[in-house]
Design a protein around this ligand. Structure first.
Ligand code: F6P
Length: 543
């Protein structure tokens, strides 16, 4: 019989400690310690983490660190880096760290070093990237490729989309990139209107090469290209695949020479470092892609070696657990003050919620504690004029990560000062709030005074970097990957499987024939049957 983490001594102590701390205002914590910033911040790998505006004390940290020891975090980190089969429901290792292991030390999976394979794919990517950049990858009609369309979804889309958006400043000037993920034909149709079939290279990115959305989009793109160029042979010059499924790729008609492999030990949401990152490498060049890997590798080394009290992903993970399990926080928000990170919250949603949205422990027991917070966010400055009202005066505790670039990637005067002052103002205002007396002194009409009071005490982390470079971006992504891993260990769940998405996929494939063929009804519940009948009757396009 395995005991729950809630039975550990540190958990019990944290529970008692929460009773003492829950009503203390962050203002008081700052008043008690004028070194609070120095005491609760750290710098590593080009990132500053200020976690002083959190509802914690030295004692809280000691207890959380004890909890990390109780759940054997150090041992789990070693197991991750040693390539052990820690994705136990799928019987796989989880070795995204090998993909950016620039020190090239051997990493064994089932006794075999994976590094030669990793390096060989990186070499193959390098060759393709150079060929495209030098105008030597020619399309079927002899014209050089100048447009990339990545077709994929989930991990085969969100990472490359987020990174290519973030590093637009590094893009090759003569290349355009598009991403198709949604199965609604609107997205593909729109993009096909914009691209030239003679100069477009489609990348079909799918770990399994069976994902319905991706395969449907890939088949439609294939039909479009053949129709436009009038020759099936054109596929060889205009389609490449990134997959672990060589057989399916060949069946689709893509030359095996144009397939970039990766391995079952690379999870979809951890795959942007693998050949799935090819659209990134093509747009920013291989040197910059290597910088992205180097940034992640630096953070890997930090995670592996730094003592827990100075370990960024460990601290961020533990602080998150503190809010979820003791303050009962339901959500966590990520607020970048850097336009380049526009898609970072979307990317994090898959990373965090597909990894930690679990209710069964590694010992097959139902959890008796909360796990993943609902993870969301948006560009901070835009959010201020949309949902920040709730952060300031709503009824929920919403721990937030503010992500701030000191320097912009661009040079317009005044803008960056505005960005920085807004970001700092928000973390300050969320922390101190404004009480009734201060509000009165500010001259607010007594009749509406309660509406103008701000409770404050909303906890925030602030992450600061100099300027978003490929290296810093790699570091930032790896930080959140490892934070996610830390929380999985705390909650004793496997962050590398995603069985939860299977049921919807299965049901969709059962329902598809009811939509496309004859269906008399009676097979499903009244709502589903009713909706099917309603939609079928009104469909303008009938097969
Ligand atoms: O449905 C979820 C999922 O399996 C993700 O985990 C994955 O990133 C995505 O679908 C795409 O899968 P594939 O790369 O196999 O097409």
């Amino acid at each position: 019989m395995n005991t729950s983490i809630t039975q550990s001594v540190s958990w019990t102590k944290l529970k008692a400690h929460y009773q003492n701390i829950q009503s203390i205002h962050l203002r008081e914590l700052f008043a008690q310690d004028n070194q609070r910033f120095e005491n609760f911040s750290l710098e590593s790998c080009g990132l500053l983490l200020d976690y002083s505006k959190n509802r914690l004390t030295h004692e809280t940290l000691q207890l959380l660190l004890q909890f990390a020891t109780d759940v054997k975090l150090k041992e789990w980190i070693n197991r991750l880096f040693q390539g052990e089969i820690i994705n136990d429901t799928e019987k796989r290792a989880a070795l995204h760290i090998a993909l950016r292991n620039q020190s090239n030390t051997p990493i064994l999976v089932n006794g075999k070093d994976v590094m030669p394979g990793v390096n060989s794919v990186l070499g193959k990517m390098h060759t393709l990237v150079n060929k495209i950049h030098e105008g030597k990858w020619l399309g079927h009609t002899g014209k050089a490729i100048d447009t990339i369309v990545n077709i994929g979804i989930g991990g085969s889309d969100l990472g490359p989309l987020m990174v290519t958006q973030a590093l637009k400043n590094y893009h090759h000037p003569c290349l355009s990139i598009f991403f198709v993920s949604n199965v609604d034909s609107a997205q593909l149709t729109q993009i096909l209107k914009e691209v030239n079939p003679e100069t477009t290279l489609f990348i079909i990115a799918s770990k399994t090469f069976t994902t319905q959305e991706t395969m449907l989009n890939a088949n439609s793109a294939r039909a479009w290209l053949i129709n436009k160029l009038g020759d099936e042979q054109a596929i060889a010059k205009h389609f490449i695949a990134i997959s672990t499924a060589a057989k399916q790729v060949e069946q689709f008609g893509i030359d095996p020479a144009n397939m970039f492999e990766f391995w079952d030990w690379v999870g979809g949401r951890y795959s942007l470092w693998s050949a799935i990152g090819l659209p990134i490498a093509i747009t920013i060049g291989m040197d910059n892609f290597n910088q992205l890997l180097a940034g992640a590798h630096a953070l890997d080394n930090h995670f592996k070696t730094a003592p827990f009290e100075q370990n960024m992903p460990v601290l961020m993970g533990l602080i998150g657990v503190w809010y979820v399990n003791f303050f009962a926080a339901k959500t966590h928000t990520v607020l970048p003050y850097d336009f380049a990170l526009k898609y970072f919250p979307d990317y994090l949603q898959q990373l965090v919620m597909e990894s930690l949205g679990k209710q069964t422990t590694r010992d097959n027991q139902p959890v008796d504690y909360a796990t993943c917070p609902i993870t969301w966010g948006a560009l901070g400055n835009n959010g201020q004029h949309a949902f920040y009202q709730l952060l300031h005066q709503g009824t929920q505790l919403v721990p937030a990560d503010f992500i701030i670039a000191i320097d912009s990637q661009h040079a317009l005067p005044d803008h960056q000062d505005a960005v920085l002052s807004n970001a700092l103002a928000q973390t300050l205002a969320l922390m101190v709030g404004r009480n009734a007396e201060e509000t009165r002194q500010a001259g607010v009409d007594e009749a509406i005074l309660p509406h103008r009071v701000f409770p404050g005490n909303q906890p925030t982390n602030t992450l600061v970097y100099q300027k978003l470079t490929p290296e810093i971006l790699g570091t930032l992504i790896a930080l959140y990957e490892h934070k996610t891993f830390v929380q999985s260990v705390c909650w004793h769940i496997n962050p590398f499987d995603q069985w939860g998405v299977e049921l919807g996929k299965q049901v969709a494939s059962t329902l598809l024939p009811e939509l496309t063929g004859q269906y008399a009804g009676g097979k499903y519940d009244a709502s589903t049957d009713g909706l099917l009948a309603y939609i079928k009757k009104r469909r303008s396009f009938k097969k």
